[in-house]
Design a protein around this ligand. Structure first.
Ligand code: UT7
Length: 306
């Protein structure tokens, strides 16, 4: 048995904020941001609910399914509209779903944690699950803090996962969490995101490489078999360092952070959408989807597109 990806959708705010615009109010430059992160512009606006609803509807349309076809909604978000209630039931209401709905918070690994959760739910009797990653990170950014303001942004992406008794797109997972590193990237109640960037960078490369190697081993493939890598979009230098250590040419990795910045739980579906629009998703090819983030958490999966 297994699961199939049936459809995908994204939503990003209309408002584009360039590096140049940020450099007018912050002690930073387009050159620094581009060189150190790869980010050139980002989208700001909306909320986890509004962006998540739009991405979810688009994924359902893409999959050709209706509200009554969805058995469960799993929303990955670090930035729910409210602490309580969860944002997923509100999105379910907007979409006309009549099913359980819950939030998963695993920061930038959130989308892959939600996919893993959905996989388990499909194994135990559900037929079709809507998985959404939606973030409103800009709400929790101190716009006078150049360390975070240049990195974080808003957006959403979604996919419909469907049970298939005869085969699977999802071949393996490797997920993990290390709460001893919790203080490296935080947002306290009523506060703003803060990060020890250098240490997060160092650990990010390590956990991506380690989890990717384990996921590939459990799928019975090597990095030479991968057609494409869809990584979490935090920093181009993290993607370069991780792919290099895995022995994967950089041109096999999808990069959208230049246009979207770091959108946490939304970044992997945003990257998937870009890859598909550019004809880079090929039936039968293996893909590595990999994320890491606050927690720290990490999650890699091997997919074979059907
Ligand atoms: O989504 C998952 C979590 N996030 C990440 O994975 C991000 C991981 N970390 C990173 O991407 C990088 O560490 C950063 C982009 C955050 C920082 O890049 P870095 O190359 O590690 O720079 P740094 O922190 O070592 O700082 C270098 C210098 C510092 O100045 P001094 O101390 O050398 O004088 C910073 O104060 O750059 C300074 N700096 C800036 N300068 C201009 C920091 N932010 C900026 C800025 N503009 N926006």
């Amino acid at each position: 048995m297994g699961v199939r990806f049936k459809g995908w959708g994204i939503a990003v705010p209309d408002r584009i904020v360039t590096n140049e615009e940020l450099s007018r109010t912050l002690d930073t430059t387009d050159e620094w941001i581009t060189e150190r992160t790869g980010i050139r512009e980002r989208r700001i606006g909306g909320s986890a609910m509004t962006l998540g609803t739009l991405a979810g509807q688009r994924a359902m349309d893409d999959a050709g399914v209706k509200a009554e076809d969805i058995d469960f909604l799993v929303l990955a978000t670090t930035t729910p509209d409210r602490i309580c209630p969860a944002t997923a039931p509100m999105i379910a209401n907007e979409l006309g779903l009549n099913c359980p709905a819950m939030d998963v918070n695993a920061a930038c690994s959130g989308f892959m944690y939600a996919v893993r959760t959905a996989y388990g739910l499909l194994e135990t009797g559900n037929k079709r699950i809507l998985v959404i990653g939606a973030e409103h990170l800009s709400r929790w950014v101190d716009w006078t803090d150049r360390n975070m303001a240049v990195l974080l942004a808003d957006g959403a992406g979604a996919t419909v996962l469907e049970f298939d008794p005869d085969g699977t797109d999802l071949l393996s997972f490797c997920l993990g969490a290390d709460g001893s590193a919790a203080d490296l990237l935080t947002c306290e109640h009523g506060g703003y995101f803060q990060m020890n960037g250098r240490e997060v960078f160092r650990r990010a490369v390590r956990v991506v490489v380690d989890s990717a190697e384990k996921a590939m081993a459990s799928a019975g493939i090597t990095s030479a078999d991968l057609g494409i890598v869809i990584p979490h979009q935090a920093n181009i230098r993290i993607i370069q360092a991780a792919t290099q250590r895995l022995g994967i040419e950089m041109d096999r990795a999808v990069v959208v952070l230049d246009r979207y910045g770091n959108t946490s739980s939304a970044s992997i579906p945003l990257a998937f959408d870009d890859a598909r629009n550019n004809g880079r998703i090929k039936v039968g090819e293996y893909a590595l989807l990999t994320g890491f983030g606050a927690g720290m958490t990490w999650a890699s999966a091997i997919v074979r597109w059907s």
